[in-house]
Design a protein around this ligand. Sequence first.
Ligand SMILES: C[S@@+](CC[C@H](N)C(=O)[O-])C[C@H]1O[C@@H](n2cnc3c(N)ncnc32)[C@H](O)[C@@H]1O
Length: 214
Amino acid sequence: MNPSTLFGRLLDDGADALTVRASDGDVWSMPMGRWLAPATEVDERVLDRAVGPVLDVGCGPGRHVHALSRRGVVALGIELSPTAVRHARNGGAEVVEGSIFEVAPDPGCWSTALLLDGNIGIGGQPRQLLRRVAELLGDDGCILVELDPEPGDRAPEDDAPIRVRIESDGSTSAWFPWARVTAGAIDAPAEAAGLRVTERWSDGGRHFCTLSRA
Ligand SMILES: C[S@@+](CC[C@H](N)C(=O)[O-])C[C@H]1O[C@@H](n2cnc3c(N)ncnc32)[C@H](O)[C@@H]1O
């Protein structure tokens, strides 16, 4: 099954978590209930750093765009899954449907881009993703990135692509490329995209950084 189709079905079912299996056997859970709920206090503190206009890459059901709009900050989501786009728009978000690698709304005009809750993994090649997002930023723009917790068994420089699939109640998606990037592994892909880490922080057990032009 197409990953977007299974993802959309789980969104409509209001699933609390989504199981991801990597082709190397690693299995982890992603917090779908969190994506469907309003932004948490930790999310709100990340958004305190966001200067508008904000581009939310892979906005899912749109909680960050909704939270920014409530603050009066101009925000736009880009999202691949038509079901997630519907959820986000139902909540009042402006969203462009399509892939970040194909859709380029107002290049050069964004002050902040968001890659939150695992979205640094989109496309499986963090360097390419960061280059693409950096292209869309204004001169003083920055990217707020959420990072994976440091794993015990992975090298800190490991931002290599992996193949994953979504699993739920007997349904499995086709394999698709993804990446997991820890706080110790973000510098190299950032540098390759002409960016540098200007802030790192942890909050509520989650890990974040700000990337600005080098
Ligand atoms: C891990 S979820 C995060 C959702 C949201 N950022 C949040 O924190 O609530 C990843 C989202 O990225 C979307 N996505 C995956 N590949 C994409 C692409 N190439 N372009 C745009 N969105 C994409 C997925 O459909 C999904 O909604």
